[in-house]
Write a protein that binds this ligand. Structure first.
Ligand code: HEM
Length: 141
């Protein structure tokens, strides 16, 4: 088994444990807004009941993204277009705190959290996050 797929399995199992625990997604946003106060006003009109469901799905996409073949469209094409300069306008600088807040929340909620679990998450989400950032300026359109 490659190191990438071992990391994906470890991160997915961790995500399973986290997403089964009530409060995970609420805590993520709390951590994210603390780490990145500039992001908070972007969510002033957000319906978090809906958003938490979308985030649950989106993190799942981030975790399987590296398994997908290269080439457009990707699993994240629509999400990346939505966050690009052309729509929600989420600049690249918001992504590192997003990832750090995700890790901080996993640390709080995953009873089996370890340095290996953290490394597996970082390694696995890196590809999707870089993809999102790469679409900020230059989209499919
Ligand atoms: C890889 C990281 C991210 C993923 C996978 C992700 C995923 C998503 C998804 C699936 C939606 C719903 C899209 C829709 O309604 O069409 C969304 C909405 C949104 N995202 Fe992200 N997101 C990410 C990072 C960020 C970051 C860093 C910010 C920074 C501010 C952000 C701000 C927003 C906002 C403001 C919305 C709209 C909320 C609303 O409808 O009120 N996202 N995101």
């Amino acid at each position: 088994m490659s190191r990438d797929s071992a990391a994906r399995d470890l991160a997915s199992a961790s995500y399973q444990r986290c997403s089964e625990t009530p409060g995970f997604f609420e805590s993520f946003y709390r951590n994210f807004f603390q780490a990145c106060p500039d992001a908070a006003p972007r969510f002033s009109k957000t319906d978090f009941a809906r958003q938490n469901k979308l985030l649950r799905h989106a993190i799942g996409l981030l975790l399987i993204f590296p398994k997908q073949p290269d080439g457009e469209p990707t699993l994240l094409s629509r999400v990346a277009e939505r966050h690009s300069r052309r729509d929600l306008d989420v600049p690249p600088s918001f992504y590192p705190p997003f990832v750090d807040s995700l890790i901080a929340t996993v640390k709080q909620y995953d009873p089996a959290f370890s340095a290996d679990v953290e490394a597996a998450w970082r390694r696995t989400v890196e590809k999707g996050v870089s993809y999102m950032i790469s679409k900020y300026d230059s989209g499919a359109r």
